[in-house]
Design a protein around this ligand. Structure first.
Ligand SMILES: Cc1ncc(COP(=O)(O)O)c(C=O)c1O
Length: 363
């Protein structure tokens, strides 16, 4: 392991043990139920479905919205590949949308161009996936306005944004279906796996829950009449998730504090910037991502940081440049490619504060 990992979460063995003892003699489903209840209480009590990963949650969201072969889905190119893989699982095709300068997320102006362009009977954008990169909320106000205008449902890929808010509302509850979360081991709130689909109505919740359980009809014998998935969350993952839900505010504050300490350390460098939140929004700063612009040399800095034992990552490599993804239509600016060249994600989890001075000296 690196001396300073990118996003480390220590295992709370004692805490997990206590949760498991409490549920030892109860039905396993109670753990899942209580995890979902706890998660929902952080999400305006919206209906939720606990699933096996963030990727599964996104696939389920698309399936619930009936996205299928040949459909077009707007997807930000500046994101992790898991934002698009589920689109491809359904047989739909992404339309790449580049980033805006402010939040680094999906650019509303480019989205507007895409919605205008792909609005014919045969080629219509059927859903919009919005990502809140590194826990910084996207411009949901403008995106939701456009989505309403063109009557296209929005799925928030809030995998990285547990604890972030848009105009006071938790990320994941602003989109139409709502959104999806990941609790994999590097996330702010982790269950060492698992994910969540948050919906805005119980009809979608029921449909998603049904599809996630192999589309099994509620009979005393086995009966199926369509293809389903095995996406339900494991009770053991739910147990850790339940434990972490209780610590949400501490875990989110820790990430935000690390980010603020970096900002403080970099304040005299005019060439270092970061993704900004829009008025009224709050970022969770899952990863402390900074942009190192000229005359700084981000690639040299990256090498120096790695030499010191720091686990660092460049900003997302734009998805529209990947060999198997470049043939899909794209509405581009140069922003995502510039972000890829200049952004470095710095250690952001437990112990990250120990390397801030080292980084400051190396810049
Ligand atoms: C933006 C984004 N979407 C989706 C996912 C997928 O989540 P998971 O790893 O739980 O499948 C991730 C996670 O790493 C992510 O960062």
């Amino acid at each position: 392991m690196h001396k300073h990992p990118l996003s480390y979460n220590q295992i709370d063995a004692q805490g997990l043990h206590e949760v498991l003892l409490k549920y030892q003699h109860r039905n396993h489903e109670e753990l899942v139920h209580d995890f979902e209840k706890a998660a929902s209480s952080h999400l305006l009590n919206n209906p939720v479905v606990g699933v096996s990963s963030g990727t599964a949650a996104l696939h389920l969201a698309l399936a619930t919205l009936n996205i299928g072969p040949g459909d077009l889905v707007a997807v930000p190119t500046f994101s992790y590949v898991a934002s698009v893989n589920p689109v491809l699982y359904t047989g739909a095709k992404p339309v790449w949308i580049d980033s805006e300068e402010t939040t680094w997320n999906l650019c509303p102006e480019l989205l507007s161009q895409a919605l205008k362009k792909f609005n014919t009977r045969s080629k219509r954008i059927k859903a919009i996936i919005v990502v809140h990169n590194y826990g910084v909320p996207a411009n949901m106000k403008e995106i939701m306005k456009l989505a309403k205008l063109y009557r296209v449902p929005v799925i928030e890929d809030a995998a990285e944004a547990w604890g972030a808010t848009v105009n006071g509302k938790p990320c994941g509850t602003v989109g139409d279906i709502g959104g999806v979360f990941s609790f994999n081991n590097n996330k702010t709130v982790t269950a060492f796996g698992g994910g969540l689909l948050v919906t805005t109505n119980s009809k979608w919740e029921k449909r998603a829950r049904f599809l996630a359980s192999q589309a099994r009809l509620p009979k005393s014998f086995y009966l199926f009449n369509e293809v389903g998935f095995n996406y339900r969350i494991s009770p053991l993952i739910a147990a850790y998730g339940l434990l972490q839900m209780q610590q949400t505010s501490i875990l989110v504050s820790q990430r935000q504090e690390i980010f603020s300490s970096y900002c403080e350390a970099f304040k005299s460098h005019p060439s270092i910037s970061w993704a900004k939140t829009l008025p009224g929004d709050m970022a969770s700063r899952w990863l402390s991502a900074f942009r190192f612009s000229s005359p700084l040399n981000p690639q040299k800095l990256l090498q120096k940081l790695e030499k010191e034992g720091l686990e660092v990552r460049r900003g997302w490599n734009p998805l529209h440049t990947m060999k198997h993804l470049k043939a899909f239509p794209a509405i581009k600016s140069k922003n995502s490619e510039h972000l890829f060249k200049e952004v470095i994600c710095l250690p952001s989890g437990t112990g990250a504060h120990l390397c801030i001075d080292t980084i400051k000296e190396l810049i």
